[in-house]
Design a protein. Sequence first.
Length: 157
Amino acid sequence: MNIRLIVVGKLKEDYLRSACAEYIKRLGRYCSFELFELEECRLSDRPSEKEIAAALKKEAAQIKRQAAGLIVPMCIEGKQLTSPELSEKIMSAGVSGQSTVSFIIGSSYGLDPEIKAMGGLRLSMSKMTFPHQLARVMLLEQIYRAFQIAEGGKYHK
């Protein structure tokens, strides 16, 4: 199984990079993992809707070059799943012939509608809002948990 995490922007805090590195290391036991950190478009201090839309289009072009298999855009209007349900979705992708699952986290302005439309599963972590950098750690933890659940491991209680 191949897992791709495609993110717009880089992690700024060392503690978040350390947390991500730990989950990426743990995932190595279960899958081939690739992280794609894409360049975030610079915007003015008070960007117009048109400026935001243009930036999201540019970011979408970068995302499309990396996305493969089952595409899972993370977006507020996405479906909320339990950890076992996420595990089932990831494992069923592999069984159905999609050996790659690409999770996508956009910039602070979200994702271009075209990327959302590509999604075989649009996923939301919560109705609450989280910083994008923290969302990366949370998603990695949930992917790791999904593999533990599928294996019957003790991590998920």
